[in-house]
Design a protein around this ligand. Structure first.
Ligand code: GTP
Ligand code: MG
Length: 435
């Protein structure tokens, strides 16, 4: 009933935080792109009409913004949330992933199964494709068993990464931009540092899958110590898998759980110093059965061992009736759901912070640069206008002065003429009198 509801629909998943943020930031950058476009046209005009107004290097910078914004937009479109699964061989990593994907996508089995890194990411195409490193060829995967065939027919290095492009259509987790990385058993590879360098530095969440029948091993701890050295405050979940094994020993459940909890918390909180004990015990360690969760969820008739289910109308009652006889079955399913919910909250929050914070800063830089450049032009043209006006005023003043000068000059000339003429008149009169 309620578990099925949760599994199949789940419209308000915490992953939406990331998908909404991605949509919002895409819109913002589209706006920035059109602002950049308008501005670069304006700046080109300014450059043509008056070179004094805009420094050439600023102009050149501004003309590169368009490409920069487009680059950021394409990075945003590829931004995703990444989770890496690791742990000892056969602990159930691939089974956990399949349960989360709600389908048997990854090959699982006894012994050493996953022999290289497998990255599952979304594609808009309808058909799944496998990308093998070193070959350009895309291998279509018509059904799930051909994934393991495609993988086993290749000779692959344990450090190589095979990509499985899985139709977004088929899986909510992948549709919401989660990329999942499966790893070969941590005890099989010796190159832990190289792993981290190659595949883990951009991971938002690490999930350590432990077999509850054993305990956390030295190599698993070493791996996480190295991760914590490279990344500040990594998000780590510990899954105590195969918890269904306790169904056979119900009297032991509580003491075994306590033992695992004590060791896990000591590691996460005291050794790695990642969070406090309350947080870790409530939200970072889970006691699950990936196998049961997968059986409960796997709704595809072609991949389910029990056939005859129609998608959307899955009748789990048979499976559940069968499994309900197992002590703790419902609790383990519930615990798996709880883990997924915490995981989704954690990965979307981290991815939004680490990925979109950078873009937001870049966006602000671009806008500030353009605003300053344009304000500068306006300012400069303002000062130029003022200088011009002052000059104009000065010349006007000069004109007035000249006019005045001219007038006074003529006045004195007239005066002098008057003087001269008076003088001449006097002298003439004198001469007449004398005669
Ligand atoms: P490698 O790929 O070899 O590193 O192993 P893995 O960690 O991916 O383990 P895988 O998922 O292949 O599981 C190994 C075996 O354990 C398979 O046969 C699974 O069916 C089984 N298994 C996985 N999870 C559980 C569980 O919760 N309970 C039980 N009983 N069996 C499980
Ligand atoms: Mg595996």
């Amino acid at each position: 009933g309620s578990i099925r509801q949760n599994n199949v629909t789940n419209g308000n998943s915490p992953l939406k935080l990331f998908t909404h943020a991605k949509m919002t930031i895409t819109d913002i950058f589209k706006n920035i792109a059109s602002f950049v476009n308008d501005s670069s046209i304006y700046l080109a005009d300014v450059m043509k009409s008056d070179k004094e107004l805009l420094a050439i290097d600023k102009y050149k910078d501004s003309q590169q913004l368009k490409e920069r914004v487009n680059r950021i937009l394409s990075i945003i479109s590829r931004d995703h949330m990444k989770v890496v699964f690791f742990g000892r061989t056969s602990n159930g990593k691939s089974t956990v992933m399949n349960a989360m994907l709600r389908e048997r996508i990854l090959p699982v089995g006894m012994g050493h199964t996953t022999n290289c890194f497998l990255q599952i990411e979304g594609t808009d195409k309808m058909e799944a494709v496998v990308l093998i490193p070193g070959s350009e060829e895309l291998k279509s995967v018509h059904n799930l068993s051909s994934i393991s065939n495609a993988l086993s027919s290749e000779k692959l290095d344990s450090d190589s990464l095979v990509k499985i492009l899985w139709p977004k259509e088929k899986c909510r987790l992948i549709r919401d931009d989660v990329v999942l990385v499966d790893s070969p058993g941590i005890d099989v590879s010796t190159n832990l540092d190289e792993w981290i360098e190659k595949y883990c530095l951009d991971a938002d969440v690490f999930i350590l899958v432990i077999s509850a029948e054993s305990t956390i091993t030295v190599s698993e701890k070493k791996f996480l110590h190295n991760v914590a050295q490279r990344l500040s405050n990594p998000n780590i979940f510990i899954l105590m898998n195969r918890w269904d094994a306790t169904a056979n020993e119900p009297e032991m459940v509580e003491s075994v759980r306590q033992q695992h909890l004590d060791r896990g918390l000591e590691f996460l909180c005291d050794e790695l110093n990642l969070c406090d004990r309350k947080e870790a015990s409530e939200n970072r360690m889970f006691f699950i059965s990936a196998r049961e969760a997968l059986l409960n969820r796997n709704t595809d008739p072609s991949t389910s061992p029990r056939s005859g289910y129609n998608e959307g109308e899955v009748d789990f009652s048979e499976i559940n009736r069968h499994n309900d006889d197992f002590p703790g079955y419902r609790e383990r399913l519930h615990e798996f759901n709880k883990f997924e919910h915490e995981f989704e909250k954690c990965i979307s929050k981290t991815a939004v912070q680490t990925k979109f914070q950078q873009h937001t800063n870049r966006g602000k830089e671009i806008i500030t640069f353009l605003c300053e450049t344009i304000a500068n032009i306006i300012n400069r043209s303002q000062t130029n206008k003022e200088e011009y006006l002052t000059k104009l005023k000065e010349t006007e003043d000069k004109n007035v002065f000249l006019e005045h000068e001219l007038r006074s000059m003529t006045d004195s000339a007239k005066e002098r003429i008057r003087h001269v003429s008076e003088d001449v008149y006097k002298r003439v009169a004198q001469t007449l009198n004398d005669e």
